[in-house]
Write a protein that binds this ligand. Structure first.
Ligand SMILES: [Zn+2]
Length: 380
């Protein structure tokens, strides 16, 4: 499985979580060689290890990495000054979030946070013959209201949507449209992942919504490495519910998520279809062609953005690269205000690779009969 976090080494591929240790993997590899008549070709443990890392593989992806800067300071690769700056920024972002949570409790603003859960696969059954098969990727994007504790989970598999900016833009806009019935500012918290939360597609959609509804929207990004939010606790609840459960269909994730929380009330779940999505990437509906705060080489870039404001009165996007600074308008924009009309994003379900389709057909034999038709109908 590919990495789904914004990380430097995101070219790494990860195994599914069948194996907890390299030793377990090595044992399975040896068994496989023995059973298939390659006993005389078995690599030694160190050579196997080396080959594994040369192939840029890793066992599985930990939930969240420890912060690079904090780790770097411990191992003396980060200077005291840089580390102190990092701690200040982390603390400042936390204060900002606490303040907005309080405002939300006073019903002066809406404050939401959001994140993508670690990738899931389908099917999950306890049968060793499916170790070697590739499976469907299934994702959950969660949005949490920090005042009401309403929490909606958008579950989708890779045949209904991909992990690109328009997908997440649709979830965020859908949630806002449903939940923001009062005209008070909307504040969105997330990590700084570009394809999910910090990109031109989402920004244009939020600006258009702000202008149309005459409502102020702000986006604030937590400090990298310290992005713990209320939705993480929800993901832990869901993970607990999924433990030792068989998954035969993507909709099993939907069912289990509905049962994962009882207090103060159950989680909301949307089983997302490809026809749910609007094409927010269509540039004819854009006011801004870029959300880059600078134009010259050493100017700040998109990843420096900390805070964005969608101002319906001025029809401008304003930004801060530090919570303590004043807002400045983003420089690149056109003067046109388009007649907004969004088309449908996906005309049909998305195709999977032929090899994956083949593998899934082979896996069917260990699944209940009534879910076979789901796998029969996948496009490749
Ligand atoms: Zn840190």
């Amino acid at each position: 499985m590919p990495s789904h976090y914004c990380r430097k080494d995101s070219t790494k591929l990860y195994l599914e979580q069948f194996f907890q240790t390299k030793q377990e993997l090595y044992r399975e590899y040896k068994n496989y060689c023995d059973e298939n008549g390659f006993s005389n070709l078995i690599l030694s443990n160190p050579v196997f290890d080396q080959t594994f890392s040369e192939l840029n593989l890793a066992l599985y992806q930990p939930k969240k990495d420890r912060c690079d800067i904090c780790c770097g300071f411990e191992t003396k690769n980060i200077s005291e000054i840089e580390y102190q700056k990092h701690l200040e920024k982390k603390e400042r972002a936390r204060q900002e979030k606490d303040k907005d949570k309080e405002l939300a409790q006073q019903e002066k603003v809406y404050t939401f946070c959001m994140d993508l859960q670690a990738v899931k696969i389908c099917p999950v059954v306890n049968a060793s013959k499916i170790y070697y098969k590739t499976k469907l990727a299934v994702h959950n994007f969660t949005i949490y209201d920090m005042n009401t504790h309403v929490c909606r989970n958008y579950w989708f598999n890779e045949t209904e949507a991909d992990l690109s900016a328009p997908t997440f833009t649709n979830f965020i806009l859908d949630f806002i449209k449903d939940k923001c019935t009062k005209n008070i500012p909307i504040i969105l918290y997330s990590d700084g992942c570009c394809y999910q939360n910090r990109n031109c597609i989402l920004s244009n959609a939020l600006l258009n919504y702000s202008i149309k509804k005459k409502v102020l929207i702000e986006q604030k990004y937590l400090e990298k490495g310290h992005t713990q939010m209320e939705c993480d606790a929800v993901h832990s609840l869901i993970e607990r519910k999924l433990k030792n459960r068989n998954i035969e269909l993507p909709s099993d994730y939907v069912k289990l998520t509905k049962e994962a929380r009882t207090k103060p009330f159950p989680l909301e779940v949307v089983d997302v279809n490809h026809d749910f999505f609007l094409d927010y990437a269509d540039q004819k509906n854009w006011i801004y062609n870029s959300i880059r705060p600078g134009r010259k080489v050493n100017d700040p870039t998109v990843t420096d953005l900390r805070h964005l404001k969608y101002n319906f009165e001025t029809k401008l996007i304003e930004y801060k690269i530090d919570f303590n600074e004043e807002f400045q308008p983003l420089p690149v924009r056109s003067l046109k205000y388009p007649e907004i009309e969004y088309n449908v994003l996906h005309q049909r379900r998305l195709k999977i690779k032929e090899i994956k389709w083949k593998h899934l057909q082979e896996i069917k034999c260990v699944l209940s009969k009534d879910c076979h038709s789901f796998y029969d109908n996948l496009l490749h």
